[in-house]
Design a protein. Structure first.
Length: 369
C-alpha cells in the first residue's frame, strides 16, 4: 500500500494528464482502491433533478454486480438523499446502507461481508457532481485519516471534472464563434455576389443590344467564378488543418486557394506544440484572408522566427492600407487574430496607414498553452 502523499501525487498526475471524462473517473477510482485499505468503490453522478447514475465501479462483490448492478442503480438511499438536500460536505461513514443491506439480505453468499461504506461528495467550489463511495469487508467505520484521504481524492477528482467541463465549454464557445464568423463571411461576400448575379441576370433578359448583352453575361460569369473562389476559401477553413507536411506547405496551399502570391520563410529551429501550431496557422489564415479581401494586392509576405523563449510572426502586404482610427472594415478578422493571440498570452501589434500597406506583428511566448 502506498503512502497517502504518494497516492495523492500519483492520482494528481494521472488526472492532470487525462482528458477523457470516463477514463478520468475509472482511472482515479482504480488507483484509490489498488493503493489504499479500501477494497471496492463506486461513483454516482447525480443530475439536477436529483437522479443518480452509476458512472464507475471497481472490484464490486458479486451481489452488487448482480443483474447489471441492480442494487446500486435502483431505489433510494441515505447518501443520495443527503446529497440532494445539500447536507453532505465531507467524507462520512454510513452507519447502515440500504443498498448493501438489500444485497446482503437477498444474496447473502455473494456479498463478501461488505456491510458498510463511506461516502464523500465530488465537488469543486459551489458545483457538485455526485458521490464517491468506498467499502472494505468486515469494516463498519473508517478512521479519520482514511476519511481524510477519501476527501482529498474527491477534491482532486471534483476539480478535474470542473476543469474538463470548462475546457469543453471553451471549445464549444470557440466553435460557435467560428460558425458565427463564417456566417458573417457568407453573408458579407458570397450572399452579396449571388444577389448581384440575380440582379444582372434579370437585367440581361431585357437587353436587346448584342454587345451589351455579352458584357452582362461576362460580368455574371466573372462574379460566379469569384463566388466559387470565396466558397472554396471558406470550405478550406472547415477542413482538417493540413499541417502534416509542415506549416510552410499549409500556408502555401492556402495561398493557392486564395490566389495569393505568398512568400513565407521560417528562421530558427521551429519546434512548437501541436495545439500552438494550429492556433498560429489560424492566425496566419485570417491575416491572408484580410489581404485578399481588403488590401487590393495579390502578394503577402509571412515571416516566422523562433528562439527558445518565443515565436514571432510578421504578416506584411504592400496594399492600400487603412486608417485604424476611422476604419472598422477589418474588425472581424483582426479581432479574431487578436483574440487567438491573447489566448496564448501573446502580443498583437498592427502598423498601417492609407496607401502604405499593412504589417501585423505577433509575439507568442513558448510557455503559453
Amino acid at each position: 500500500m502506498k503512502s497517502k502523499l504518494q497516492l495523492l501525487k500519483d492520482i494528481a498526475e494521472f488526472l492532470n494528464a487525462e482528458t477523457h471524462r470516463q477514463s478520468m473517473i475509472d482511472g482515479a477510482l482504480k488507483l484509490l482502491i489498488n493503493h489504499s485499505i479500501f477494497e471496492t468503490g463506486w461513483i454516482f453522478f447525480i443530475n439536477e433533478r436529483g437522479v443518480h447514475e452509476l458512472s464507475a465501479h471497481y472490484q464490486l462483490p458479486p451481489s452488487l454486480e448482480y443483474d447489471d448492478n441492480r442494487y446500486l442503480c435502483q431505489g433510494k438511499c441515505w447518501c443520495v438523499n443527503k446529497f440532494n438536500k445539500n447536507e453532505l460536505s465531507k467524507a462520512t461513514n454510513i452507519v447502515a446502507c440500504s443498498r448493501l443491506e438489500r444485497a446482503a439480505r437477498e444474496r447473502p453468499y455473494e456479498n463478501s461481508d461488505f456491510t458498510h461504506h463511506a461516502t464523500v461528495p465530488l465537488m469543486s467550489g459551489d458545483e457538485t457532481f455526485g458521490l464517491l463511495n468506498v467499502a472494505t469487508p468486515s469494516t463498519k467505520e473508517f478512521q479519520k485519516d482514511e476519511l481524510d484521504l477519501l476527501e482529498s481524492v474527491a477534491f482532486q477528482l471534483g476539480s478535474s471534472l470542473k476543469r474538463l467541463d470548462l475546457t469543453v465549454r471553451e471549445r464549444e464557445n470557440m466553435i460557435i464563434q467560428e460558425r458565427q464568423r463564417l456566417a458573417r463571411e457568407l453573408h458579407d461576400s458570397v450572399n452579396q455576389m449571388l444577389f448581384s448575379i440575380g440582379i444582372t441576370s434579370h437585367a440581361a433578359q431585357a437587353i436587346k443590344d448584342t454587345k451589351q448583352s455579352a458584357m452582362a453575361f461576362t460580368r455574371i460569369e466573372d462574379t460566379a467564378k469569384y463566388a466559387m473562389e470565396e466558397m472554396k476559401a471558406l470550405i478550406w477553413q472547415l477542413k482538417p488543418i493540413g499541417l502534416e507536411n509542415g506549416i510552410v506547405e499549409a500556408i502555401k496551399n492556402y495561398g493557392k486557394i486564395l490566389q495569393l502570391e505568398v512568400h513565407v520563410s521560417v528562421s530558427g529551429f521551429y519546434n512548437v506544440p501541436d495545439k500552438m501550431e494550429i492556433e498560429i496557422y489560424r492566425i496566419i489564415q485570417e491575416g491572408m484572408n484580410n489581404v485578399r479581401k481588403h488590401a487590393k494586392t495579390s502578394a503577402v509576405k509571412i515571416l516566422i522566427s523562433n528562439d527558445e523563449s518565443c515565436i514571432d510572426i510578421s504578416i506584411q502586404d504592400d496594399g492600400q492600407g487603412f486608417d485604424p482610427s476611422t476604419t472598422d472594415q477589418f474588425s472581424h478578422g483582426l479581432s479574431n487574430m487578436k483574440e487567438r493571440t491573447m489566448n496564448m498570452q501573446g502580443q498583437f501589434d498592427i502598423r498601417t496607414s492609407e496607401g502604405q500597406g499593412t504589417v501585423i506583428n505577433i509575439n507568442i511566448p513558448k510557455g503559453s498553452r
